[in-house]
Structure formats: C-alpha cells, structure tokens
Design a protein around this ligand. Structure first.
Ligand SMILES: Nc1ncnc2c1ncn2[C@@H]1O[C@H](COP(=O)(O)OP(=O)(O)O)[C@@H](O)[C@H]1O
Ligand SMILES: [Mg+2]
Length: 266
C-alpha cells in the first residue's frame, strides 16, 4: 500500500477517528501521521487521553530537514500507540507552526513511501482541505487518497463544491475516492455516487459510542464487553474497509505494473 491519506472538506465527519481506527485494524505495521494543520493533538489528547507524554512532532522533523537529518530523525519523533502495531507521528502543537511544516512534505513523503519496503504502511490524517497550509502534497503523493464525508445533504453539497479543486490536487497516479461515514444516514451509496460521480472506496458505520473509543479514549472494557467492541458496527466496518482498501491499492499497482510491462517489455 505505502501511503493512504485521509482528508475532509467540511464539518468534522470523522477523519481522525477513521484514520486511527483503520491504522489499528491494518494488517501491516503502520506509521500514523497527524498532518492536520490546525494544531489539535487529536490522538495524544483524544485516544491517548493525555497519559502519554511526548513533546516531539513534525516540527522537530522540519528542524532536522534543515540539517539534512530527516530520515535519521524520523524514528526519534514517533511514539508507539500501546498494545498495537501503530507508531504515531504527532502533528504541530500551535497554529503558528503550520507554515514551518509546509516545506517538509516534498522531502518527507519519499521517505514515508520508502517505509513500505520494511513492511510499514503510512496513514496520513491531512485534516480539512481549505485550512491554511493544508498538506495537499500528502494528498497528491498518496497511493490512495480518501475524502472523508458524511452522507447528509450539506456534506454531499460541500463535497461536490470541492471536487473540482480536489481534481487539481490529485495526480494521475493518485487513487482518489470517498470514505463515507454513516452510509444510509440518510443517503445511500448509490445516491452519493450518483451525485458525486466519484467511487466510494470505504464505508464506515454510523456508531457514535464506538467512535468515542477512538476519538476520546473511552475505555472499551468499561463501556462494552470486549467481545461487543470487536463486533461493534464501527469496528466491523473498519475491518472491511481496511481489507477493501488494500485490495484497491493492490489492483491499482498490478494495473500499473502491467501497463509498464506492455510499454517496456524488457
Ligand atoms: N463512524 C462514526 N460514527 C459516529 N460518530 C463518529 C464516527 N466517526 C467519528 N465520529 C464522531 O465524530 C466526531 C468528529 O470526529 P473526528 O474524527 O474528530 O472528525 P474530524 O477529524 O473529521 O474533525 C467525534 O465526536 C467522533 O466521535
Ligand atoms: Mg481531525
């Protein structure tokens, strides 16, 4: 897979929740990158509830970049998410840092793509498009980029308004599609693709209580029996989405390799 980027265009549809839940359900090791330029520490303060002190972030990488030490510094700024195969690269801590980090992406993205060879995929939470210093390079460089949206009319209208802009951001090699949070609440997949003419690559169940395990660090063993959590509508939909995203990425890669072989049959 290499790089999967998630972003939104309006409201708070569940971009961070989906990125984290996908990372935790992903079959390979994951580096989860908080690239949201709005400085919200959603995972350190949310899922990890502030219990995991960590003062390193993308800003330290921006400093390392100036000294030509980006690749060597990367492992030192990440922290493992307990009981998982996910490492977190935290984002900026104050809005003023957003501009300092913007110039990082052209050098950092190839390093992130290279982690694939060592068995690690990268999931990037790019926050909301339209925010100042939004990391559009991380949307373009991804193998798959997902516009996370709800299925409500305001959300669909916002997505339609942004699609022409998104088309100028994604490149030919970027697989682009939608991740719908709450398909059927109220609009169906068919209704959404009918309007947006964009493939739906992932659907996430509308499940507010389970979502708060990921977004606020609600303790699943206190609020659910563990079996119920693993069988919850959201966790089941995330598992299915992780599987189908992997398949989509593989199909795209096979297609690309076949095209290369046809044009250059050495
Ligand atoms: N699949 C879901 N079902 C119900 N509520 C969700 C779902 N995903 C996220 N949420 C809730 O939506 C709110 C915003 O989620 P968040 O991930 O912070 O959005 P964003 O990153 O797009 O701003 C949170 O209260 C979260 O618990
Ligand atoms: Mg977010």
């Amino acid at each position: 897979m290499a790089i999967l980027t998630l972003f939104s265009v309006a409201g708070a549809p569940g971009t961070t929740t989906t990125a984290l839940a996908l990372a935790l359900a992903w079959p390979r090791d994951v580096l989860l990158v908080d690239a949201d330029p709005t400085a919200s520490a959603p995972i350190l303060a949310g899922y990890l509830r502030g219990f995991t002190p960590h003062d390193k972030s993308l800003v330290d990488l921006a400093i390392a970049q100036r000294h030509g030490e980006l690749a060597d510094t990367l492992p030192a700024v990440t922290l493992p998410i307990p009981d998982s195969h996910v490492n977190l690269l935290p984002g900026i801590q104050t809005p003023g840092q957003a501009s300092a980090v913007e110039g990082l992406w052209p050098d950092l993205l190839p390093i992130l793509a290279g982690l694939d060879a060592g068995g690690t995929d990268v999931i990037i939470d790019a926050g909301r498009l339209g925010a100042s210093h939004a990391p559009t390079a991380a949307i373009r460089a991804a193998d798959l980029s997902l516009l996370v949206t709800r299925s409500t009319l305001p959300a669909i209208i916002a997505a339609r308004a942004w699609l022409p802009t998104i088309e100028t951001i994604v490149a030919d090699q970027t697989g682009f599609g939608l991740a719908i949070v709450g398909v059927g609440h109220p609009h169906t997949a068919g209704e959404i693709t009918g309007v947006l003419k964009t493939p739906i690559l992932a659907t996430l169940a509308m499940d507010p209580v389970t979502a708060e395990v990921f977004s606020l660090g609600l303790d699943p063993t206190r609020h659910f029996n563990p079996k119920h959590f693993n069988n919850s509508a959201l966790v089941r939909s995330v598992r299915a989405a992780a599987g189908s995203l992997q398949q989509t990425a593989k199909a795209r890669r096979d297609h690309l390799n076949a095209a290369i072989e046809e044009t250059d049959p050495r």
